[in-house]
Design a protein around this ligand. Sequence first.
Ligand SMILES: Nc1ncnc2c1ncn2[C@@H]1O[C@H](COP(=O)(O)OP(=O)(O)O)[C@@H](O)[C@H]1O
Ligand SMILES: Nc1ccn([C@H]2C[C@H](O)[C@@H](COP(=O)(O)OP(=O)(O)O)O2)c(=O)n1
Length: 420
Amino acid sequence: MAGRIKSLLHRWSSRVFSVELDGAPFYFAIQERHRGEEAPRVFRKLQSHDRCYTLLVCSRDRIKTARFYGELKDKLLRELPPECGLSPMSSFLPNVRDSLIKGYFLKDTSEGSSTVERLLSDLTQHEPVSVCSYCKNDDGQQWTQHLWSHGESQVMETAKKYYVVPSETPEYHPSTLNMINSDVFYSLDEACEVLKKCGDIIPEAMSVLELLPSRAEARNKPDFPVIVIEGLDATGKTTLTESLRETLGASLLRSPPQCLSPWRARFDQEPPLIRRAFYALGNYITAEQIGQEGKKTPVIVDRFWHSTAAYAIATAVSGPVCNLPGEGSEVYCWPSDLLQPSLVVLLTLDPEERKRRLRNRGQGKTNEEQELDHNQLFRLRVEEAYRRISGPACVSVDASPSADEVLQQVLLLIRGKCHL
Ligand SMILES: Nc1ncnc2c1ncn2[C@@H]1O[C@H](COP(=O)(O)OP(=O)(O)O)[C@@H](O)[C@H]1O
Ligand SMILES: Nc1ccn([C@H]2C[C@H](O)[C@@H](COP(=O)(O)OP(=O)(O)O)O2)c(=O)n1
């Protein structure tokens, strides 16, 4: 535990804290001496008798950290008095990769503080959580931060106090700092490593690993063209891929592949680190199948790496499209060890028409797909992330005309690009 706190304290006063309230981030920093700054906006909203705390989840074991972050939210919502408000927060070193630590900002407006303090003290002692409390100074203006640490038997506030001061919006959205190999994976080995490490807590991970191709097989280059069809749910991928299969006498594959179906729901419950590693591995299994089928016929693929990366990036970042990593960022680069399709087509559709098609189809949806309906910003982020991915980039096709017109449009593209 001491090591963990020490590493968290590493450049403690260079860290920026971001609290997300109603979907918007509020930034603050801490300072040893007060230089006359006003309190950060998130603190100005508080009454002087409100108590607030930051809880940062941090351990050397990133699987444990990722899982505990989700569990902690459930525990807090279950055990905190109803007068407490909980918001996501993070702490990071601006523009420093992998420096992000996630946690929760807790505002307690209840009469007595003992229930909350007991719960937080218990967490500090037994779980990978660092707690800081904040109080208003005697002058009634400034707020100070105190780190909690535990001695022999009890948890206490350390004597050292820091002043909280406003901080500028960082150049890069904090969530982008830890994206590489946590939300998006760029090699088979990186994704495998995550599943190997959770084998003891998620036995299904071992079954997934057993399905993986050997590296040599995965590199088989197909003789025939490989065409990937991408797009949000209900844009017409299934309809189009089936027509393409018939018209071109092609094989039809999908990612995640059929063999992963028994475990998909299981991994959908896991935190992004594990869930995204699962989908990343699905692409390598599909790539092996493409290698086999592509020796005999053209191959059509329903979703591939564009989907994996675009949904992962758009979920990791919140807010408007400008919070995404900038165009040309390495985040959008195709993994060097993953088979590259000959053509990637992105079906685009007006949101109202997409909703109409979803209603008509009337099937169950994944949580993320439901989120697309409710959250316009999320949908815009997914679509923009799709467009920014390169190596190969996708070609957008308007999917609003009739199914046959869309098919003809895509056939034209295929014939132009793949000489079929
Ligand atoms: N071009 C089109 N015009 C009108 N309806 C379409 C078109 N393409 C597909 N549909 C219908 O829209 C719904 C969603 O299509 P589907 O192919 O299942 O999408 P996806 O596989 O992308 O989720 C289905 O009911 C399908 O019949
Ligand atoms: N290759 C893929 C395919 C899907 N995903 C993820 C991204 C989203 O969370 C869901 C969307 O898949 P879903 O099966 O709901 O979508 P369709 O029914 O194919 O339109 O799966 C992925 O990460 N990688």
